[in-house]
Design a protein around this ligand. Sequence first.
Ligand code: AP5
Ligand code: MG
Length: 213
Amino acid sequence: MNLLIMGLPGAGKGTQAAKIVGKFDVVHISTGDMFRAAMANQTEMGLLAKSYIDKGDLVPDEVTNGIVKERLAQDDIKGKGFLLDGYPRTIEQAYALDDTLKNLGIQLEGVINIDIDPTKLVERLSGRIIHRETGETFHKVFNPPAEGYDEKDYYQREDDKPESVKRRLEVNIAQGQPIIDHYRAANLVHDIEGDQDIEVVFADIEKVLSKLQ
Ligand code: AP5
Ligand code: MG
């Protein structure tokens, strides 16, 4: 299957993507994860991305389009399909993705749109913790790791600080509608209620993907 997962920052894209790849064996491509890996390795692209990401701004389209195009052209994608998380995030990126997929002879099959009231998201992001060793995402209150966990084994994302969160939400709300409209016009969008327990959200996504498979 060739899929997108969309939703505002903190909607649960990464949480659900981890569950989807566990069950449906598609390749998870998260542009945010790719940028964070480049930042950790202090590559030229990572340093450039950091100057945008820490403030909550979008990395310029030409950079983001380039890394996605390169990743989609790799061999594993034709065999397994993909689940793109966090891309496209501007309408120009959506057009670039259309072109890339057309050139590769790949058809987009569905867009999972996790719908959630933005007022819920600050709490989600401020409580997010990530396991240092596995990279797995948890939440201090909504999805805590095992009881008695050691806080030192977890970290918080730089861009989950209040100033960056405010900017991320503004930017993503402003850019999101034309992208969803673009995919609605192609009849690809499946809306999922995001303000439910993680397992319930996943059950709703599973229903959609089982039909698409
Ligand atoms: P990215 O990493 O994609 O961040 P984001 O879109 O802001 O989304 P998040 O990863 O913060 O949230 P999520 O929806 O994955 O939520 P999660 O599952 O973790 O991008 C980061 C930055 O990189 C961007 O700001 C930009 O600068 C740059 N970038 C990336 N892509 C780009 C692009 N295409 N173009 C330009 N720039 C780009 O869940 C959040 C928390 O909530 C967790 O703690 C989780 O445990 C909890 N939670 C999840 N689901 C539930 C639930 N149902 N109930 C209760 N809690 C829940
Ligand atoms: Mg994420």
